[in-house]
Write a protein that binds this ligand. Structure first.
Ligand code: PNW
Length: 463
C-alpha cells in the first residue's frame, strides 16, 4: 500500500548537519557535587515509588567527570554537531542569578571547548526538564515569575557561552513537560492536576519564557554572536483512519494541533493557540482552563524561532497496520510517519527550515549487537531523505537520540537508547560502541544513501 514505498537512494544536501543528542540529568550524575543545586528530577528520583526499580540519575553515565570520554564518542561518530543540555541548577544552584556556581560554568566551558577542538558544533538546550528545586518551591512553571528567572538564566548562558555556541534551544518538548509533569504526574515535579488546569498554565509560562529569551538573544547577542535560537517540539504522527474521509483527516489533524500546534502555532504563526485547540479546550469545561495571551504578548511571541526543531519517534492511530512495538511501550516503529510529519509541518508553518533534534529507539537489553537500531535509523533517515528530496521539505539536520545509554526518566535504566552501551554496574561506567554507532558513522560519511550502496537493502521487516 501507500506506506510501503520503495527505499530511496540519494544523499542529503551539502552542509547537512548530522548530530547526536543527550540531556544533562540523563547522563551527568554528580547531582550534589561542586556546589550544584538540586533540581526537580533530583527530588522526584529520590522519592520512592516514582521510577522503575527506584533508580536515580545520581551517577547516571557520570558524564560530569567524563568530558574527555564523551567527546571522544562524539568524535568516533563523525557528527558535525553534539546536542546536550545545561543543568540550570548546576549554574544557578537556587535558580536565580544571586549566586553563580563557577564549577558548573567550568564544566560546560570545558565540554564546549573540547567539542570545538575536534570541529564539532555545540547545540545547547537550556531546559531539558530539570528545573531548579528552589524555583519549584515557589510554584515552578506554574508561577509566572519563572518567565523572568528563565530569561536571566538564558541571558547568562548567552553572555558566557555564546561566543562559542551558535545554536540554542530554549525548551525541550514542552508537551511532554506539561502533560507528564503537570497533568498526569509521572514525570517531575509529579503534579497530578485535576481538572487539569496546571498543564495549560505551565505551557503558557513556557511559551512566554521562550519568547522572552528569544527577544533577549535577538536584542543583545545575535548581532555580534551570529547564532540562532529556537524551541524543540515533539509530536507523534497521527494517521487518519481513512485518509479519504475528511472527518478522519480532521480528527487526526486535531491530535497534532493539540500536541504540536499548542506550542508551534503561537511561535510560528500569530502568537496565539490554534483555533481548534481553543475551541476544544474552551468547550470542554467552564471556566476554560486555557489562559489567554494579551495582544502585547502575542506580538512578543509570534516569530520567535529561527528554525523548526522537531523530535519524532512514533505514530499513532489504533492500530497502524504493520507498526512494530519497540521499547518503551509508547514507541511503535513507523518510519513513514516521519515523512508525513515533516510534510505536515512544512505545509502548516510555511516551509520553515527544519532540524530533527531527536529520533531513536530503545531496546530492553544492553546488547551491542543492536541490529534493530540499525534498521530503525536506516528506515527513519530514509523517510527523512524522501521528505527532503522528493517532497521539498527544508530539512537541514538530523539528530540521533542518544549518544549513549542513559537514565530514561521514570523508566530508569531499563530502556537503552544509546549508540554506545554504558555498563551501569561498573563504577567506571565504561562505554562500548554498538553496531548502530558504526552504521551511523558510515551513514554520515556517505551523507545518506548514495546509489553505490544498492546492494545494502534493509533486512529488517519494518513497515
Ligand atoms: C524524549 N512520545 O521524550 C526526550 O526528549 C528524551 O529525554 C528521552 O530520553 C527520549 O525521548 C526517549 O524517551 C519523549 O510519547 C517522550 O512520543 C515521549 C514521546 C516522545 C519523546
Amino acid at each position: 500500500a501507500r506506506e510501503r514505498d520503495e527505499f530511496h537512494y540519494g544523499t542529503f544536501p551539502e552542509g547537512f548537519k548530522w548530530s547526536v543528542s543527550t540531556s544533562a540529568y540523563q547522563i551527568e550524575g554528580g547531582w550534589n557535587v561542586d556546589g550544584k543545586g538540586e533540581s526537580i528530577w533530583d527530588t522526584f528520583s529520590h522519592t520512592p515509588g516514582k521510577r522503575a526499580n527506584n533508580e536515580t540519575g545520581d551517577i547516571a553515565c557520570d558524564s560530569y567527570h567524563k568530558v574527555k570520554e564523551d567527546v571522544n564518542l562524539v568524535k568516533m561518530l563523525g557528527v558535525q554537531q553534539y546536542r546536550f543540555s545545561i543543568s540550570w541548577s548546576r549554574i544557578f544552584p537556587d535558580g536565580t542569578t544571586s549566586y553563580v556556581n563557577q564549577a558548573g560554568v567550568d564544566y560546560y566551558n570545558s565540554l564546549i571547548d573540547s567539542l570545538l577542538k575536534i570541529g564539532v558544533e555545540p547545540v545547547v538546550t537550556l531546559y531539558h526538564w530539570d528545573l531548579p528545586q528552589a524555583l519549584e518551591d515557589v510554584g515552578g512553571l506554574l508561577n509566572e515569575t519563572v518567565v523572568d528567572r528563565f530569561n536571566e538564566y538564558a541571558d547568562f548562558c548567552f553572555k558566557t557561552f555564546g561566543n562559542r555556541v551558535k545554536f540554542w534551544i530554549t525548551f525541550n518538548e514542552p508537551y511532554v513537560i506539561t502533560w507528564l509533569g503537570y497533568g498526569i504526574g509521572v514525570f517531575a515535579p509529579g503534579i497530578n492536576s485535576s481538572p487539569g488546569e496546571a498543564p495549560y498554565q505551565a505551557a503558557h509560562n513556557i511559551i512566554k519564557a521562550h519568547a522572552k529569551a528569544y527577544r533577549t538573544y535577538k536584542k543583545f547577542y545575535k548581532g555580534k554572536q551570529g547564532g540562532r535560537i529556537g524551541m524543540t517540539m515533539s509530536t507523534e504522527w497521527a494517521e487518519p483512519k481513512d485518509p479519504n474521509n475528511p472527518s478522519d483527516v480532521e480528527a487526526a489533524d486535531r491530535v497534532i494541533q493539540s500536541i504540536l500546534g499548542w506550542f508551534a502555532h503561537p511561535i510560528f504563526k500569530n502568537g496565539d493557540y490554534p483555533e481548534v485547540v481553543k475551541k476544544q479546550v474552551n468547550e470542554r469545561r467552564t471556566p476554560s482552563r486555557l489562559p489567554v495571551f494579551t495582544d502585547a504578548e502575542k506580538v512578543e511571541i509570534a516569530g520567535t524561532a529561527d528554525f523548526f526543531a522537531i523530535n519524532g519517534y512514533t505514530s499513532r492511530l489504533e492500530p497502524i497496520p504493520g507498526a512494530i512495538q519497540a521499547t518503551p511501550d509508547w514507541l511503535k516503529i513507523v518510519p513513514w510517519g516521519m515523512r508525513r510529519l515533516l510534510n505536515w509541518l512544512d505545509r502548516e508553518y510555511g516551509h520553515p527550515t527544519v532540524y530533527i533534534t531527536e529520533n531513536g529507539v530503545g531496546t530492553s537489553d544492553a546488547t551491542v549487537d543492536d541490529q534493530i537500531r540499525v534498521n530503525f535509523y536506516k528506515a527513519y533517515i530514509n523517510e527523512a531523505l524522501k521528505a527532503q528530496q522528493l517532497d521539498g521539505v527544508d530539512l537541514q539536520g538530523y539528530t540521533a537520540w542518544s549518544l549513549m545509554d542513559n537514565f530514561e526518566w521514570n523508566s530508569g535504566y531499563g530502556p537503552r537508547f544509546g549508540l554506545f552501551e554504558v555498563d551501569f554496574n561498573d563504577a567506571m561506567r565504561p562505554r562500548t560502541p554498538k553496531r548502530s554507532s558504526i552504521y551511523y558513522n558510515q551513514l554520515i560519511r556517505n551523507n545518506g544513501f548514495p546509489p553505490l550502496q544498492r546492494d545494502e537493502r534493509i533486512t529488517g521487516d519494518f513497515p
